[in-house]
Design a protein around this ligand. Sequence first.
Ligand code: EPZ
Length: 430
Amino acid sequence: MTKFVISGGTPLTGEVSIGGMKNAALAIIPATLLCKGVCRIENVPKINDVTIMLGMIEKLGAKVRLVDDCVVEIDPTGVTGDAVPPYDMMRSIRASYYLLGAMLGRFGTAKVALPGGCNIGVRAIDQHVKGFEALGANVEVKNGFVFADSPVGLSASHIYLDIASVGATINIILAAALTPGLTIIESAAKEPHIVDVANFLNSMGADIMGAGTDVIKIRGVETLAGGTYSIIPDQIEAGTYIAAIAATGGNALIKNIIPKHLECMTAKFSEMGVEFEEFDDAIRVSANGRFKKTNIKTLPYPGFPTDMQPQAVVLLCLSDGTSIVTESIFDNRFRYVTELSRMGANISVDGRVAVVEGVPKLTGAPIKALDLRAGAALVVAALAANGISEIEDIHHIERGYEMLVEKLRGLGANIARVSTPDAEELPKVL
Ligand code: EPZ
């Protein structure tokens, strides 16, 4: 078993550089399947979900070459549309659903396992299906797979989403990029990585307008070439380091960011007393480790991001007073509260609302990461806590944070990644 061992209480100082955005990379890599030429993707984060996604497109017939730590070349010309990656590989991450839009858009047919990913709620895909059916595909869910096909080919449509779903917005863009005519998505999600996917496809010859607004228009083109594209920095990774620096009462510089993408969180953290100094592609964060209570409601971009909710709650635990946190995106994203309570947090949860009572301090404890961002929040809490914490099930965390131990050590954190034999691996002495 592998775990993080963290000795808390050290203010984080120095500087840290942010990697490419996980949720942009997990959409752009399958989007290369729509192209007819080699795609060189730069600023790819070194995370396990990306490794799985690259493995899946290889199983589909693409040639993948790792140029260096964060540059990959993908040649999709060998993809024929009749291969299917292993079921367990596809169900291991949420983003495998993008293979549906890419394969349907390129070949008019797709067979993909229902996705997995963080256990933070029901996470239906009805809006994805609605989009594909509007484009003329027959979609069926059976035997754990989603089957989509369009014998006569896809045709443009005017689609009204019922939820500003990030995944459905991107999946419809992928399916429509090569579909003749003008497809319009109403009530589209506006996250920065949706803009990044559209920019990538447009750089390969697509004709996508309005990404980043709630109306996106896609005029289908004949073919998409290859080319080179660099992924935007990960604003959620950056936000997680903001929370860690602030929670430890530190003062540090976060480099390689797009300040505009962070405004949805720095505005709220400023209300809590965190101080920022903004530069063109960096931001300095400072705090004294105690915070003002405030209320948070997660919203689609540009609201406070749901992927920063657990990390923000840790700061509220270290505030003076009572804060209300409403999780409006997912229906079960407070599971980590049980682990924070082991560290002395005082939080009560009723459905999508958490009431956080500030406490004087958190104490180190043996805890478990329950999903990606919950695990990140436990790392933030352990860094701020008095004493030693041991965090198990860190595979959840390493799905989405590259070189976490190295980056935190670069900020002066006392953290180690420790492997211990599982009980069944121990020699039977009796
Ligand atoms: C993406 O998930 C991200 N994952 C999530 O990041 C992120 O939290 C989420 O967008 C919101 O920003 C990836 O990009 C791989 P949604 P996704 O479709 O696409 C419901 C992380 O930590 N819904 O915007 O699943 C859904 O259940 C992960 O990096 C439907 O009901 O998010 C959820 O309650 C966690 N039907 C809400 O909408 C649908 O067809 C938002 O989901 C689709 C979604």
